[in-house]
Design a protein around this ligand. Structure first.
Ligand code: HEM
Length: 503
């Protein structure tokens, strides 16, 4: 008798408490102010005040005026901008679940097969499953290490090319070389093919990839003012997007068919298409993987992995030639370890603590994504006493956070020593350093990116001394950036490689 009464009594007590809590939080939300921000115009909001190509700098200026959380109006959509490590932690850790969505933007949705992949999918059951599957089967450290022979081969090829320039006293365009290296490695990992060597395929693929990046970062007015979608049509944006989508779709389709051909010559190791096709046939998975899912994931790997890795390599080399003290010190570390070895392997590199600090410092000062991939709030939430409504676009300005004077001493200085004997890392737990983001949406490609960065830099710095072309001084190496979602160096980095004679 007592036990039958127990449950109704508990429910009667709990329900009013929960109800009061709900009403109270609703009232708190309604009574909380919106974050401060510049006044916008009707309908377009602040869009007329913003320039996509220098957005992170404009948002930095605005954060100086309005503080580490401020609001903007992107057409009809509310947006908030976060510019301090403390608030980044609120968004990316404390309220991670609320802010794990991604806004649906026209270009990204189309090219991602309507979010049938990891990076641009909304936060939902499908995303959780496909991300889990890819983290285990594609991005795991075991899979990353099975690709080590590909990385080694491609770094050696690159060194041969640079040696050719060095012996003819030529100048090496590191921007071009590193982008070509990065896309070749990604293609080999993903498709098992080296599009570099294949004449017409090379230009087709590189042009496609460039256009994909451009379309991903394009501003579609319909994303913010839906009834003005006709402007995008008039500007020819939809036609351009459709063309790029169809070209890529055909490209992925060819690659998939090639892999499904029973007469295909098997390579020693599986590439990512092999793994994804195998998963497609795996009935024990919680979702049925379709060809669109496979194509979406391939797009992620190409779009998220190629430019970011190349840009980081270029910025690190740029920082080193501008800082000869650091260049000398890192080369000494590498050369002391390498001794007379012709090539430093991934195992050797684990001991290079100063090189690791150099990479961290380059990712701090020149994150390839100065603004993290935008998030979207799934529900109303209060951040730092301000109300953030559901469906708001949330931008985390990593560029400003990485220069926060409260977190960093002399933040503008390239000083890798700050990371020696210091536990701050970029795996998403230290909110003053978030080049790969944090929380549920953190970059799953960190292991793959870091091993590539270390291998390339260790061997470029071991094999060659790097000098400025004749007539140039280090101050001529500028830091101007190209507009785009990945921050590339605008003026190509051209250096003279001198082969070391004492090895
Ligand atoms: C230096 C290189 C790289 C940098 C700086 C970088 C940075 C980032 C950042 C900032 C995000 C957004 C994280 C967030 O929202 O919190 C991201 C997401 C992502 N990255 Fe990377 N990334 C790099 C390399 C790679 C590589 C090599 C791959 C794959 C081969 C990759 C795959 C992805 C994917 C799939 C996502 C989407 C994750 C999701 O939305 O759940 N990235 N990356």
């Amino acid at each position: 008798m007592l036990s039958t009464l127990f449950l109704p009594v508990v429910l009667c007590l709990i329900f009013p408490v929960l109800f009061l809590f709900f009403i109270n939080s609703l009232r708190t939300f309604k009574n909380s102010p919106c974050p401060p921000g510049p006044q916008g115009l009707p309908i377009i909001g602040n869009l007329h005040q913003l320039d996509n190509s220098i957005l992170y700098l404009q948002l930095w200026q605005l954060s100086k005026k309005y503080g580490p959380i401020f609001s903007l109006q992107f057409g009809l959509r509310p947006a908030i901008v976060i510019s301090s490590p403390k608030l980044a932690k609120e968004i990316l850790k404390i309220h991670d679940l609320v802010f794990s969505g991604r806004p649906k933007l026209c270009g990204q949705q189309k090219l991602s097969y309507n979010g049938s992949e990891i990076a641009f999918s909304s936060y939902n059951e499908y995303w959780r499953e496909i991300r889990k599957i890819c983290v285990v089967h594609i991005f795991s450290s075991k899979r990353v290490s099975t690709f080590s022979s590909i990385r080694k081969f491609e770094v050696q090829q690159m060194i041969k090319r640079i040696s050719g320039h060095a012996s003819s006293a030529g100048v090496t365009n590191l921007s071009e070389l590193l982008l070509s290296f990065s896309s070749t490695v990604m293609c080999r990992l993903a498709f098992g093919r080296r599009y570099e060597e294949e004449g017409s395929e090379k230009s087709r693929f590189h042009e496609l990839l460039k256009e994909l990046q451009a379309m991903m970062g394009s501003f579609f007015i319909s994303d913010y003012i839906p009834f003005m979608g006709w402007v995008d049509k008039l500007r020819g944006l939809h036609a351009r997007l459709d063309r790029n989508f169809k070209d890529f779709d055909r490209f992925y389709q060819d690659v998939i068919e090639e892999h499904m051909d029973p007469n295909r010559e098997r390579a020693d190791q599986q590439d990512m298409v092999d793994v994804l096709l195998q998963l497609k046939n795996d009935r024990s998975l919680s979702i049925d993987i379709t060809f669109d899912h496979i194509k979406g994931v391939l797009m992620n790997i190409l779009a998220a992995g190629t430019d970011t890795t190349a840009a980081t390599l270029v910025w690190t080399m740029t920082a080193l030639v501008r800082n000869p003290r650091v260049m000398k010190k890192v080369q000494e570390e590498i050369r002391n370890l390498g001794g007379k070895k012709y090539f430093l392997d991934e195992d050797d590199i684990q001991k290079l603590s100063y090189l690791k600090a150099v990479i961290k410092e380059a990712l701090r000062l020149y994150p390839p994504g100065p603004l993290l991939v935008p998030r979207e709030s799934n529900e109303d939430c209060i951040i730092s006493g301000y109300r953030v409504p559901a469906k708001a676009i949330v931008i985390v300005n990593a560029w400003v956070i990485h220069r926060d004077p409260e977190a960093w001493k002399n933040p503008e200085e390239f000083y890798p020593e700050r990371f020696l004997d210091c536990a701050i890392d970029f795996h998403g737990q230290d909110f003053e350093l978030i080049p790969f983001g944090s929380g549920r949406r953190i970059c799953p490609g960190i292991a793959m990116a870091v091993v590539t960065l270390e291998l390339v830099l260790a061997n470029l710095l071991r094999s060659f001394d790097w000098e400025l072309p004749q007539g140039m001084v280090k101050e001529d190496i500028d830091l101007e950036v190209l507009p785009g979602i990945t921050q590339h160096k605008k003026n190509h980095l051209r250096l003279c490689a001198k082969t070391r004679t004492n090895i």
